[in-house]
Design a binder for this molecule. Structure first.
Ligand code: ARG
Length: 275
């Protein structure tokens, strides 16, 4: 716990989201997904809409991409690309079930004035595994995004990329194990990473907020911060308390239906960073 509570400042953001019109769980590509368990698409849409309006109320701008029938995971817009400096590096998905999403995201960026739009040449699941933290990108590998994709992202954006290896299949994307809270501050669940990555994180962020297993298991790390307000699942009560100690304002959101696909608030949100 910090000795003095730091002052945190919010910065208005621009996000891209995709309504879960066709959301369901009819295949399993991560341990949270169980096609035998029923899903309620209407409930998913209501929860998503509350998230959408919450961003608007907090002063953020939200753009929308049209959902495509037959692509139930498209609601997890964070996976569509990584956007920095007005450049979009579009995802290349690990599993065939999501492959066609790349086309839709690429078309969206092309038709929305993004001049530099590149489709990743290696498996790259966008912001699910690439988290922009100030002047660097923290990049996950181990389950989805390949290590070669990290180098490609570094070249495309011209910024240093710090590779981190995930080791627990339940935390298969970096954004399920780590959240960027401010340009120079993060929270993460150490056990989701291998020993080398834990050492790197300790060196880069000696004052990081360390989450425990219970926080991580309710998807508490799948959080969206604007520098001050931090949206995270309602169930992550303990983590919310810790965020207050660190000067943040936790904003609980109910994304229980979307968790059935293995994603929370962050997974549904792709940040668009202008040039
Ligand atoms: N069902 C999706 C998948 O397994 C969930 C993606 C969650 N997105 C994220 N950014 N973690 O690919």
């Amino acid at each position: 716990m910090p000795t003095q509570t730091p002052e945190r400042t919010a910065r208005p953001r621009r996000y891209l989201m995709c309504r879960p019109t066709y959301f369901t769980v009819d295949y399993a590509i991560n341990p949270w997904m169980d096609p035998a368990q029923p899903t309620d698409t209407a409930l998913a849409v209501r929860q998503w809409e509350r998230l959408y309006w919450l961003y608007r109320r907090l002063g953020h701008t939200v753009e929308l991409i049209d959902p495509v029938p037959g692509l139930p995971d498209m609601v997890y817009a964070a996976n569509g690309a990584t956007v920095l400096d007005g450049r979009a590096l579009v995802a290349t998905f690990r599993y065939p079930e999501r492959a066609a999403e790349s086309e839709a995201y690429q078309a969206w960026f092309r038709s929305h004035g993004y001049r530099e739009v590149q489709r990743a040449g290696h498996v790259n699941e966008g912001e699910g595994d690439h988290l922009v933290a100030g002047g660097r990108v923290l990049a996950g590998t181990g389950f989805r995004t390949s290590r070669a994709a990290h180098a490609e992202a570094g070249e495309f954006f011209g910024v240093p990329v710090v590779g981190l290896t995930l080791v627990d299949p339940r935390f298969y994307h970096l954004d399920t194990a780590l959240a960027v809270l401010a340009d120079d501050h993060v929270m993460y669940y150490p056990e989701a990473f291998d020993a080398d990555s834990r050492a790197v994180l300790r060196t880069l962020y000696p004052d990081a907020l360390l989450a425990d297993r219970a926080d991580a298991e309710v998807f508490g790390l799948n959080a969206v911060s604007d520098g001050r307000r931090v949206l995270l699942p309602e169930a992550a009560k303990h983590l919310a308390g810790r965020l207050v100690e660190h000067g943040y304002q936790p904003v609980p959101v109910d994304v229980s239906e979307l968790l059935k696909g293995g994603g929370g608030a962050k997974c549904c949100t792709l940040e668009l960073r202008p040039a």
